[in-house]
Write a protein that binds this ligand. Structure first.
Ligand SMILES: [Zn+2]
Length: 340
């Protein structure tokens, strides 16, 4: 009999639920649009019903190790309260953990979605050969997660890893966290669209203006990336801005943590070719720890001992796998062939 767990990725727009076995094999995946208009209770009811369906389906075939749920927002790990969630309006200060367990009648594990994505990449993706890693998720916002010695680093009460709010411009664009100039204001999909609209307002690119007009309300960071790839100078400048912000931020994180691998995922990460050269240039200039661990010139870096900055591998499923891994990890299932 195989072991498996249920992973849930509760997003502001999609609710995805999967059964994953102990080797990381996807057994089944359900996906629905998150209809927030019917309120919190309706979303939780739909989620718990879908979890129950999967548990019933595999009953007798496999041994369930439990349920892990990735939630967008800051979770107080002691109380299971969702402290703040911009993508789930009306869920703040709600005992989401207790309510889900009450409805399901079994224990569940709750985790911040960016932390879950980091754990997923550590289990099965870019970080599977490493024991410790850090991940940035460039989506609507910029999420961050840190895994140390195989486990998510939660900090005192679950709020560690908010790397999206590391400052890269002291007097920069205001951020909804209350600060200004956070990396999220320059490297998220939202920021890419804002910078594109600023370029259009400044008459910097006719192509960009045309693309925005053609796309109307659908205009998003992918349209901006497509133009950058076609060689539009003003649009390429936007992704250099993304790369500079990420590079400044990562230089500090590399200096602070000296981890073997930093992984970048999320929708904007697919524009890697457009922002990575500037990002790497900034990191090399600003982080002496990076420079010391990735020496240029004839002195080769020792294999397995150099700092790696790379793209995520699991795409939008990272959080789903990570959520499923939470109960598997608690049950003692080991990940990958981690040596570092
Ligand atoms: Zn911020």
């Amino acid at each position: 009999m195989f072991s498996y767990a249920i992973g849930v990725d509760l997003g502001g727009t999609n609710l995805r639920i999967a059964a994953v076995d102990e080797n990381g094999k996807l057994l089944e995946k359900l996906s629905t649009a998150t209809d927030l208009t019917h309120g919190r209770d309706a979303v939780i009811a739909e989620m718990t019903q879908a979890i129950r369906r999967l548990l019933d389906k595999f009953q007798g075939q496999g041994e369930s190790r439990g349920v892990g749920i990735g939630v967008p927002g800051i979770i107080d790990m002691d109380t299971g309260m969702l402290r703040e969630s911009p993508n789930l309006p009306g869920w703040s200060e709600f005992p989401v953990h207790a309510e889900i367990e009450r409805r399901l009648g079994i224990p569940v594990m709750l985790e911040n979605d960016a932390n879950a994505a980091c754990l997923g990449e550590k289990w099965l993706g870019a970080g599977k050969d490493y024991q410790s890693m850090c991940m940035l998720t460039l989506g609507t916002g910029v999420g961050g997660g840190i895994v140390l010695d195989g486990k998510i680093w939660h900090g005192m009460n679950g709020m560690a890893g908010e790397l999206g709010h590391i400052n890269v411009e002291p007097e920069g664009h205001p951020c909804k966290c209350g600060s200004r100039g956070c990396v999220e204001q320059y490297a998220s999909a939202t920021a890419v669209v804002r910078m594109a609209r600023e370029a259009i307002a400044g008459n910097l690119s006719k192509e960009l203006a045309r693309a925005a007009e053609d796309a109307g309300k659908e205009f998003d960071s992918r349209h901006v990336y497509q133009l950058a790839m076609k060689g539009d100078a003003a649009t390429q400048q936007i992704f250099r801005r993304v790369g500079r912000a990420l590079g400044i931020m990562l230089a500090d994180v590399v200096n602070a943590l000296n981890l073997p691998i930093y992984v970048i995922g999320g929708g904007v990460a697919s524009a890697w070719d457009a922002f990575a050269p500037t990002m790497m240039e900034e990191i090399r200039k600003r982080s002496f720890v990076y420079a010391a661990t990735v020496p240029e010139g004839p002195r080769p870096a020792k294999p397995n001992k150099s700092t790696l900055i790379t793209m995520a591998q699991l795409g939008s499923d990272a959080g789903l796998y990570g959520a499923a891994y939470l109960p598997l990890q608690r049950a003692g299932v080991k990940s990958g062939n981690a040596k570092l």
